[in-house]
Design a protein around this ligand. Structure first.
Ligand code: PRT
Ligand code: ZN
Length: 283
């Protein structure tokens, strides 16, 4: 049995649950229950405050966890980072009142900066040779400049609307963060095997989301050019069509190159192009 910690409620909760459900793992959601067992996979799920997850993972109380990279770095704990999960994306930034002129990091010299992320900020300032006073605040950091408690803040930014609403301006992005999968440093072979099975499923889902299946008709005399345009998994599948001189080409395209390739295919004589999402993809 592998033990996983996820956030009990909050911004990470829905996506963490969806990730497991998409991996075909069935379990009941927490109401007042703080631990549950999957009914069809050897996984126990523990629901915690996100701040506690890195410590539980590092100490081996749980084997793996899902948490924001920002929390892992701030706590300076959390064992091994296994993979980035692509949700709860945000950045940790320094922001100043709009009225204050910003001329680079030197502007922060001797200033008071309020934050809940003392360690990350401290490291950043030390690395850049800035000495500033760090004021530790556990929440509502963005109102501290207007209360005269600080000159600047260091906090999570997502859309930027909180900063805007408080008359603040983002001046330095210190860290890009997202949810990550972390693991305790030493797993038994049995637990490692369950983790490998879980990650195999996560990979298949991620690959599927990043790719599209395409199917098109091509004139035989253009086939070579068309094959060169498609950066397929291996080589595309080519099947003859009933109409002489035409073939059907099937392949898989990465979302990053998807539109460019589609335009080139069309320009090179491809017709009847069909695009379909993939359910799962194992490379
Ligand atoms: O109760 P628990 O301790 O478990 O949860 P929490 O209240 O500490 O954390 P929670 O659920 O608010 O956030 C969990 C994680 O989500 C964070 O650690 C980040 O990794 C990630 N995340 C992503 C965010 C945001 N986006 C975010 N926008 N965490 C917080 N915010 C807040 C931010 O603090 C600021 O007040 O939203 C505001 C900024 O948002 P914008 O869109 O106005 O810029
Ligand atoms: Zn928290």
């Amino acid at each position: 049995m592998l033990r996983l910690a996820i956030q009990k409620s909050g911004r990470l909760f829905d996506d963490s649950v969806a990730l497991l459900r998409d991996a075909g793992i069935h379990f009941s959601s927490p109401n007042r229950i703080l631990r549950t067992q999957a009914s069809n996979f050897p996984l126990e799920i523990i629901f915690l405050r996100d701040d506690d997850i890195p410590e539980y993972v590092e100490d081996g109380v749980v084997d793996i966890g899902i948490v924001g990279e920002n929390i892992m770095l701030e706590k300076q704990r959390g064992g091994k980072l296994l993979e980035r999960l692509g949700f709860s994306q945000c950045r940790l930034s320094i922001a100043l009142p709009k009225s204050l002129v910003y001329e680079g990091l030197q502007t922060l010299q001797g200033k008071r900066i309020a934050t809940s992320y003392v360690n990350i900020l401290d490291n950043f300032l030390a690395k850049n040779g800035i000495s500033a006073e760090i004021i530790e605040i556990s929440g509502s950091v963005e109102i501290t400049p207007s209360l005269g408690l600080s000159d600047a803040i260091f906090d999570i930014v997502s859309s930027g609307s909180t900063l805007l609403a408080n008359g603040l301006r983002e001046v330095e992005v210190v860290l890009q963060s997202e949810a990550v999968l972390i693991a305790t440093p030493a797993l038994t072979p049995e637990k490692q095997e369950i983790l490998d099975r879980l990650r195999f499923r996560l990979d298949a889902n991620r690959n599927a989301k990043q790719h599209r299946y395409i199917l098109l008709n091509a004139p035989k005399d253009r086939l070579e050019t068309i094959i060169q345009i498609i950066p397929g998994m291996k080589s595309p599948t080519v099947l003859p069509l009933a109409e002489d001189g035409w073939v059907s080409v099937h392949s898989v395209l990465h979302e990053e190159v998807f539109w460019d390739v589609l335009e080139q295919l069309k320009a090179n004589g491809a017709q009847g192009i069909l695009v379909a999402p993939l359910e799962r993809m194992i490379l």
